[in-house]
Design a binder for this molecule. Sequence first.
Ligand code: KG4
Ligand code: ZN
Length: 351
Amino acid sequence: MRAWTVLGIETSCDETAAAVVRGGPPGPGEILSDVIFSQLEEHRPYGGVVPEIAARAHVEMLDGIVARALSEAGLTLAEVDAVAATAGPGLIGGVMVGLVSAKALALAAGKPLIAVNHLEGHGFSARLSDGVAFPYLLLLVSGGHCQLLAVEGVGRFRLYGTTIDDAAGEAFDKTAKLLGLPYPGGPRIEALAGTGNPGRYGLPRPMLGREGADFSFSGLKTAVRHLTLEQQVDAPDLAASFQAAVIDCLADRAGAAMAMFRRDFPGRESPAVVLAGGVAANGAIRAALGALAAQEGFALSIPPVRLCTDNGAMIAWAGIERAALGLFDPLDAPARARWPLVTVHPPSRAG
Ligand code: KG4
Ligand code: ZN
């Protein structure tokens, strides 16, 4: 298998990131550089990501970040094989900044362009880190997404469940806000929960035991809001109670998806389940998924935290997966605010 060297650019939310990765499917890949500028300070005063501020910051930062990614990799643009960038889904202003830059770089250097679906980037990150073979079950939990999918190959995803309202990360962020904690709330809630009593507040577990593998988190968020309005809450206890409820929901839905995966891909000794997306940074969630996987006979794979939150390396790697199949994109490839994984066009060649 030929090794590809790809520059990856990520600008779909509040991280301006670029990386150079070398390798080929099924991975693992070699991360030659991985530069991430987090815009946290820019957005903190507003308690969440402000799209206009994000787009402006990407414009200001991206050139320097790309230059650093190349220099840390010890390469010039002429020495990479292709330029990959997130083309969606995400905040459209930011996506356009990254994609237009990638197009300019590709055009100037005479390199092919790869327009990457951000979710495919998260979804393949365990191949970059561990070379996990297709097919596998993926629990993708981030600030914008909460999905359970069978990943069969490039552009080939089978959706088992998705959130019918909020994403898991969004629930963490909103709960943190109710507790007066700064954005992003996930890491703050996790830290507080570590010292709290998860049995203190009785919170709902939406969708538990329901048919299918869909999620819902808005009822949980509403319950937290009512609690904070009705009484003086103990923040660590509420954080712990909230996190325990999220974990029960994730584990129940993941368990249901494991049964679906076994039905669709029978006869596999120890199928892989991958936990990816920013929420996968949560230690308690990792531990709960580990216990569930052990109980259900699945092998759990979690990329390192740096590859779970938004980064350029996963975009470069998704570019490598596509390049290896000869899947490149024209220079007029569109930036998309919405781009569900199940409509990612399947590869034209067998893969
Ligand atoms: O994947 P990501 O970096 O960006 C999106 O594509 O959304 O995920 C960010 C999300 C935020 O909602 C953040 O609060 C959450 O991941 N997150 C966490 C933790 N670290 C980040 N949630 C729970 N526990 C954490 N330790
Ligand atoms: Zn993401």
